[in-house]
Design a binder for this molecule. Sequence first.
Ligand code: MF3
Ligand code: CO
Length: 248
Amino acid sequence: MIYIKSSAEIAKMKVSGRIVYETLCEVEKHIKAGITTKELDQIAKEYILSQGAKPSFLGYNGYPASICASVNEGVIHGIPSRRKLKDGDIISIDVGAVKDGYHGDAARTFAVGNISPEAKRLIDVTKQSFFEGLKYARHGERLGSIQATIQSYVESNGFGIVRNYCGHGIGKEMHESPEIPNYGTFGRGIRLAKGMTIAVEPMVNYGDYRTTVLDDEWTVVSLDGSLTAHYENTILITDGEPVLLTDY
Ligand code: MF3
Ligand code: CO
């Protein structure tokens, strides 16, 4: 069941989406060599709470933090720790917040100091793959067109598109129907409609697309240990241009 949001619900999703965006901005300001991922988690948590919202990841299936902080070969679900960031690292930050019963969810990959040209290209291609897919985030288009466009953009750049984890519908729940893999068939799948809210989130490995989970049972890393990047926004489908609820 895919929920179509009313204008009152959309107004609430705009509020939670903006809080997620602002949290990412707060965290970004503090990203530099020497800071720990736990400190970044604390900054995010305090900001979300200061806005009268709740960090939606905290306690989700037992997840122990407010953000996911995934460094270098870390794809998603990196648990904040006492690990210090180093110059040249890349770090994916994923944030979720819920306010007045509605969720926002977004992720970015940031550079720590000076990064390699390869890492920069990975981050840029990952972000651009989202925007290529977004061209089909329109009333009447098929979901598979977003998925296939992301996949072909990533693969034509020589990178691996992660298949084990997906984007998703979002609203009253962080994860609603439909599931949105970052691969698929152009012109297939459900038809998008005005009032749907979806989180599209390409995860891109520099090398092979496969992943594995560490012994902490959360941290997802690239199987070959290659660098990896993530880019996610919560999107509102309208009868015209899509609206990014977590980007301003
Ligand atoms: N942001 C993730 C997603 O898009 C969810 C994080 S999982 C959690 O699905 F356990 F950390 F909450
Ligand atoms: Co998500």
